[in-house]
Ligand binder design. Sequence first.
Ligand code: GYE
Length: 350
Amino acid sequence: MAAKFLNGVRGACGTSRYSTRFEAPFLRAAPRKLLALIFSLLLSSCPKAEKTPASRDALILGFSQIGAESAWRIRNTQSVQESAKQAGIQLLFANAEQKQENQIKAIRSFIAYQVDVIAFVPIVVSGWDNVLQEARKAGIPVLVTDRKIDADESLYAGFIGTDSEKEGREAALFLLDKFAGRRKAGDLIRVAEFSGTVGSSVADGRAKGFRDIIEKEPEFEIFYSKSGDFMRSKGYELMRTLLENRPQIDVLFSHNDSMTLGAMDAMREAGLRPGEDIAIITIDAQQKAIDALKAGEVNCVIECNPNQGPLIMDIAKQLIAGGQTPRFIHVDEAVFREGDDLSVLPPRGY
Ligand code: GYE
């Protein structure tokens, strides 16, 4: 138990700080709260490990986050941390720094430490069955949050997150409306797509939802589609490279605001006016995207709600209390279009 526990902690740190030869017999019989203290102390020595103070008999939730690749992700993390504190839940937080193997190690460490509930954001849809079977064997319920997984549904207690296919459909519906005149004239409308992390449910869902509508319309052509991994720097590089050949680009459909902001920088450098020379539809609705919409530099912003913490904590408490919980919960999301009255919109908080 002690070696397994320390292995788990070692894994959570993504480092090999503890030799498996290290045996602490006292750990074998240590009560959970002592393990909690030791785990927290050990995990706190990990990069980016964070925990929240909680009452003595707090429910303990292990949360594996993918990283901090966008303003959206940072707000998502804050929502989980703030909600855990408000709910009186002890949070063990592990940042995977964009690596699935770090997520799997963190989940194993949560199992070793015997948390009450595990929640995680799966960076990609596949590769989770084994570790989820280990959690089930340990009798620990697992909540999948934000992104979806391709696994036997009996391996997890439920999903709380975004409906990415709906987000893709909303983007397409906006385009049909915005380009109605040019469609009547029989123009060819050329679309460049900057997609999110390859293999993630949100990139797959946004692409599918978009195509389910656009591919029925002969006037639209998705002539370019590449992953910018949800990152601003990659959005800039993709657009800078794309503009070198000066192709006809009528629309940029970008899977998140971070990539959009990078693409807009490249457009300006090339002497183009974002939102005018190239129409832009973007997803997340971080403050900078809303500000660009107000300034006419973006034409449609589709909200993807990062504030999932309260729901996660509510469902976690219901699970531990033995209550029936919904299998799938999609968070509420809006669409903001050019011409909308945005003056009533409260600050986005991310
Ligand atoms: O759109 C992006 C983040 O999983 C819905 O991941 C999330 C996406 C979001 O990096 O900004």
